[in-house]
Design a protein around this ligand. Structure first.
Ligand SMILES: Nc1ncnc2c1ncn2[C@@H]1O[C@H](COP(=O)(O)OP(=O)(O)O)[C@@H](O)[C@H]1O
Ligand SMILES: [Mg+2]
Length: 258
C-alpha cells in the first residue's frame, strides 16, 4: 500500500485552478522527484499534502490519502498531529526558519516539545545520537551555535536532521538544495539519501534542477503548467524523455558529478 497518494487532485487559489488532475503514489522508502520550470505547480502540489496552501488555496477536486485519511478534509487541529511527527517538511532556506537570537539547540528542543514531552537532557542525547548517525561530527558545537554562526549549507543540513527528530514516515522537501553552491548541494543530497537508508523514510523532492533530482530520485514526475506531463522510473524519464519540454529542462542544467 502507498504511504501517500493523490487521486485526481485539482488545486486553486482564489478560484483560479493552477494544478490539474494530479495522480501520484509514494511508496514506502521511495524517493519521488518532481521537476518542472518555475510556476509549474510543484510547491502547490506538496503543500496540499500538509494542508498548508494558505489563504485562498483550496483542493477543489480529488483526494490526498495518508493513513486512510483524506488530508484536505482534516481540521487544523488534526493537521498539527500530522505535520512534523508524520509528515516532515524541508524548505529551501532552513536558516530563515530559525530565530536569530537563540541557539539552534534551544530552538530544536522547543520545536520538539510542542509534539512530545521530553527533558532537555533526553533531547540532547537523542539529537546527538541522530545527528551523528546522519553524519555530523560536531553536534555539540552546532547545538550551541546561533544560526548566523552556521554556513548556509550547514543550516540546511541541520534543517534535514531537525525534520528527522520526530521520525516522520514521509519527508516533503521543496527545493532543498537550490539556495546552495553546487559543492554543498552534494552534502545535503548525501544526507537525505543517508536518512532514507537508515530510516526507510519516503520522500518527495521538488526541484527545478533536474540534475539534483537525477542523483536522488527513484521515480520522476515532470510538471508543466500545473499538470503532470511525464511520470515514470527516473532512468526511463531521463534516458528517453517523451516530451520536448523534459529535454529542455535537461539541457538547461548541468548534472551534479558523483
Ligand atoms: N499563494 C498563492 N496565491 C495565488 N497564486 C499562487 C499562490 N502560490 C502559487 N500561486 C500560483 O500558482 C502557480 C503554481 O505556483 P507554484 O506551486 O509555486 O509553482 P512552482 O513551485 O513550480 O514554482 C503559479 O502560477 C503561481 O503564481
Ligand atoms: Mg516552488
Amino acid at each position: 500500500m502507498s504511504v501517500l497518494s493523490y487521486e485526481n487532485v485539482d488545486i486553486s487559489y482564489n478560484g483560479n485552478t493552477v494544478v490539474k488532475d494530479i495522480n501520484l503514489k509514494l511508496e514506502e522508502g521511495e524517493i519521488l522527484g518532481i521537476v518542472g520550470e518555475s510556476g509549474s505547480g510543484k510547491t502547490t502540489v506538496i503543500k496540499a499534502a500538509m494542508n498548508l496552501l494558505g489563504k485562498g488555496g483550496l483542493v477543489t477536486r480529488g483526494d490526498i490519502w495518508f493513513k486512510g485519511m483524506d488530508i484536505p478534509d482534516l481540521s487544523e487541529k488534526q493537521m498539527r498531529k500530522i505535520n512534523g511527527p508524520e509528515i516532515g517538511m524541508i524548505f529551501q532556506n532552513s536558516g530563515s526558519a530559525f530565530c536569530p537570537i537563540r541557539t539552534v539547540g534551544d530552538q530544536l528542543y522547543e520545536a520538539m516539545c510542542s509534539h512530545e514531552k521530553i527533558s532537555k537532557d533526553d533531547f540532547r542525547t537523542k539529537a546527538t545520537e541522530l545527528f551523528e548517525k546522519i553524519g555530523f561530527s560536531d553536534v555539540q558545537r552546532i547545538l550551541k551555535s546561533y544560526p548566523f554562526e552556521l554556513s548556509g549549507g550547514m543550516q540546511q543540513r541541520v534543517g534535514v536532521a531537525a525534520a528527522m527528530l520526530l521520525n516522520p514516515k514521509v519527508i516533503l522537501a521543496d527545493e532543498p538544495t537550490s539556495a546552495l553552491d553546487v559543492s554543498i548541494q552534494r552534502l545535503v543530497i548525501d544526507e537525505m539519501l543517508k536518512v532514507r537508508e537508515l530510516f526507510g523514510t519516503s520522500m518527495i523532492i521538488v526541484s527545478h534542477n533536474i540534475g539534483v533530482i537525477g542523483v536522488m530520485a527513484d521515480n520522476l514526475i515532470v510538471m508543466k503548467d500545473g499538470q503532470i506531463i511525464e511520470y515514470g522510473k527516473k532512468d526511463e524519464v531521463l534516458n528517453s524523455p517523451k516530451e520536448e519540454y523534459t529535454k529542455k529542462l535537461m539541457s538547461a542544467v548541468p548534472k551534479l558529478k558523483r
